[in-house]
Design a protein around this ligand. Structure first.
Ligand SMILES: Cc1cc2ncn([C@H]3O[C@H](COP(=O)(O)O)[C@@H](O)[C@H]3O)c2cc1C
Ligand SMILES: O=C(O)c1cccnc1
Length: 349
């Protein structure tokens, strides 16, 4: 059972009042105003501060769905190679985190490689190597789905206990847009055509195969549309289970999250289904080109901060949006009020 923490409505009201009093026309800072009010609600103060301790967690895993003909433009071995690169510091997530002052942690939940050359910390939460081919078999056992969820929760706890004031989920796993599309399609009752995208940049023939794979997986998953754990078992994966647990725990601990692309969007949809109201703790950093991401955000009622046609994952969209969140807080804190600058109303004679 997830007990969603309460958003501070008083702080939101106070921040809205302050925003409206600032030295600008009413509403002139557009969605930056809403962002400042959101931050106030999740920080529990009408004077929110820019998030300082930003913790990015990249959940990594491989997907059995890549086994029967390509659903991705890249081979499975790229997952392990990119995990190693995250540790070396040359991936997009590293550059963006460095630029914007965030910490990156990579966690292997299901990479199809033992990664014995990486620090034990990376592999501590490993559930299995790869997941089942969801078009014809379960992705996980129930125990593995629960282990993935528990790992995500534990990781959120570790980050929050270490002082994180903003959590950012990222993803790495060849084939994961196929899994995310299946989860979103199942939860929202959509067809494969409505959720399947081009992922890493597949050609038309691969797209059609991907669509058929998702259609078969949707068929298997339909009976579990209202049961997030059964969904993760049948058509999910250990890394997406962990992403879902991470988001659930953020809402329990009352720590805000900046969401990334279609993978965190699918996790958010599952987490919101299992803990209605949790979405109040999450902000959508961006909208990717994946149709399933668009559908997930619309269903969650989240308006993305950016729409830059990104299609990378790794938390890259969320980190690109991070400065906007800080900007919103700085404007609220630093601007003076209109009544301190406006010429006084002339007195009647
Ligand atoms: C070099 C490289 C770096 C990446 N970083 C994130 N992804 C992203 O692309 C993959 C999902 O797309 P699909 O479902 O089409 O495989 C995931 O690994 C995701 O994290 C990458 C993909 C590649 C090739
Ligand atoms: O939507 C995304 O986040 C995405 C798209 C393509 C590849 N990886 C992630």
């Amino acid at each position: 059972m997830t007990h969603v923490a309460r958003i501070d409505e008083g702080a939101r009201t106070g921040a809205r009042r302050r925003v409206d009093a600032l030295a600008k026309p009413l509403g002139a800072l557009g969605r930056l105003e809403d962002l400042a009010v959101w931050l106030a609600g999740v920080q529990g103060t009408s004077a929110p501060v820019p998030p300082r301790e930003v913790s990015v967690v990249v959940f990594a895993g491989d997907h059995g769905v890549t086994g029967d003909g390509a659903v991705s433009a890249y081979p499975r071995a790229v997952t392990a190679a990119m995990v190693r690169e995250f540790l070396r510091g040359g991936a997009a997530v590293n550059v963006l985190a460095g630029a914007h002052g965030a910490r990156v942690r990579v966690v292997d939940l299901g990479v199809d490689d033992d990664l014995t050359d990486t620090p034990p910390e990376v592999r501590r939460h490993k559930v299995r190597r790869g997941s089942g081919a969801i078009q014809r078999e379960d992705a996980l056992t129930v125990d593995q789905a629960l282990a993935g969820l528990a790992a995500g929760r534990a990781i959120a706890d570790e980050e929050v206990d270490a002082g994180a004031d903003l959590l950012v989920p990222g993803d790495m796993g060849i084939g994961n847009t196929t899994v995310a599309a299946t989860l979103v399609g199942t939860v929202l009752g959509l067809d494969a055509d409505q959720v399947v995208g081009w992922g890493t940049g597949v050609d038309d023939e691969t797209w059609r195969h991907k669509r058929d794979v998702v259609a078969a997986a949707l068929e298997r998953a339909r009976p579990y549309a209202d049961d997030p754990v059964a969904l993760l078992r049948s058509v999910g994966s250990a890394d997406l289970a962990a992403g879902t647990g991470f988001l659930l725990r953020s809402a329990e601990r009352g720590v805000p999250v900046l969401l990334d692309g279609v993978v965190s969007g699918a996790c958010a949809l599952l987490a919101e289904r299992s803990a209605p109201g949790a979405v109040a703790w999450w902000c959508a950093g961006h909208r990717s080109t994946e149709p399933a991401h668009r559908a997930a955000l619309a269903s969650l009622g989240l308006a993305p901060l950016l729409d830059l046609e990104l299609r990378l994952g790794e938390a890259s969209g969320a980190l690109t949006a991070l400065p906007l969140l800080r900007t919103a807080a700085l404007l609220l804190a630093g601007m003076t009020t209109l009544d301190s600058v406006a010429p006084p109303v002339p007195e009647q004679v």
